[in-house]
Design a protein around this ligand. Structure first.
Ligand code: ZN
Length: 377
């Protein structure tokens, strides 16, 4: 009996022990998997974070690279200007093959790099050439372009230095140099009326010149941008409509530079031409202005009459090939006059172009610091 009881006790104990060991083993196994699982999850998260960080780092790297490259471009301009001159008289003409870009030979240059600024604002290299002319056959009709030419000095195959010019803008459309031309110019704006003109410019595929007052540029940045896209020319008319002919050098610098900064911000490039307020010019201004000064040959007196009909008449009764017409886009009557006068001029056979375009097609080389009242031959 005793033996049997002992056996039963031992048996139960054994079963209990086996059960306990089994459970312990199970828990241990479960715990391990759970921990492992946790570990993998953490690892996955870590990986994702690492990937994200890497991506961000890459992005940052890209941004810094772009900034570096931009800086390089800037640095090149200033560093190299001492070694080599910038190409001058950069011009773009219409031809059946495309836009013909030409410039003056640079002393000491081994060649030139020609760039075109794309819609994204990036400079794309079009050609490396030893010639001083290039035909861009990829231009589209009724489209504005920006070109830059860089003179280069080579050491073997490597370019050791170059200088960017200010570049030029060009609107690709057919202009016949042998047919009459006229430049309509608008001062003192932009204003709320300026945009009203754009529809007509588009309709007739014509371009005008705006001499903008610097302090108005930020408010009407969008207007200026649109004008640029239509192929219009944006010139400087000082910052605060100051009389620069009687101003000190410091005032001249301030009035010009502030305007340039604002136009560059709105448009992406500096003004190619300048019109001194009141047509007032001094020797100081001639030296400081750094661009051609554009006066006028037809004064509509639109600011005085504020009358559409008399403004139209002032133009139509005097207009000749090569005229530069003075108006002001501050007044709705002046804009209305322009809207009426554009088809009238075209009917008479006039091509309506910007000031710089007219100079190009008339073969007039505009010089910095000089004043021009017209482009008549
Ligand atoms: Zn003015």
């Amino acid at each position: 009996m005793l033996d049997l009881r002992r056996k039963i006790v031992i048996g139960i104990t054994a079963v209990f022990l086996i059960f306990c060991i089994g459970r312990m083993a199970y828990f241990h196994a479960y715990k391990t998997t759970a921990v492992e699982k946790e570990n993998t999850e953490v690892k996955v998260e870590e990986n994702q974070e690492a990937e994200k960080e890497e991506e961000e780092e890459e992005k940052e790297e890209d941004a810094s690279k772009a900034a570096e490259e931009e800086a390089k471009e800037e640095v090149d301009i200033s560093k190299i200007s001492e070694k080599i001159d910038a190409p001058k008289h950069l011009q773009a003409f219409y031809s059946k093959e495309g836009a013909v870009i030409s410039w003056k030979k640079v002393k000491g240059a081994d060649g030139y790099l020609l760039y075109r600024k794309g819609k994204d604002g990036e400079l794309k290299q079009l050609a490396q050439t030893e010639a001083v002319t290039y035909t861009d056959e990829t231009v589209k009709e009724k489209t504005a372009y920006r070109y830059r030419v860089c003179a280069i000095v080579k050491a073997g195959e490597e370019i050791v230095s170059g200088e960017m010019t200010k570049g030029i803008s060009y609107f690709h459309t057919e202009i016949d140099p042998d047919k009459p031309m006229v430049a309509l110019t608008f001062d003192d704006g932009p204003s709320i009326y300026t945009k009203k003109l754009f529809k007509v410019l588009k309709k007739y595929n014509v371009r005008v010149t705006f001499f903008v007052v610097g302090e108005r540029v930020s408010t009407y940045a969008e207007t200026i941008k649109q004008a640029g896209k239509l192929g219009c020319e944006i010139g400087s008319h000082s910052y605060s409509h100051a009389n620069l002919g009687t101003a000190s050098s410091a005032t001249i610098n301030r009035e010009l530079n502030h305007t340039e900064k604002r136009v560059k911000k709105a448009l992406g490039y500096y003004t190619p031409v300048m019109r001194p307020p009141y047509g007032s010019i001094s020797d100081k201004l001639r030296k400081k202005v750094g661009k051609p000064m554009i006066l006028w040959s037809i004064d509509t007196l639109d600011w005085k009459t504020r009358n559409t009909a008399s403004t139209v008449k002032a133009i139509m009764s005097h207009v000749e090939d090569g005229d530069i017409v003075l108006m002001h886009d501050l007044y709705s009557q002046s804009i209305d006059a322009a809207i009426k006068v554009i088809p009238k001029l075209m009917k008479k056979g006039y091509q309506i172009v910007t000031v710089s375009e007219m100079a190009q097609y008339k073969g007039k080389k505009l010089e910095n610091g000089k004043a021009y009242t017209d482009m008549k031959k």
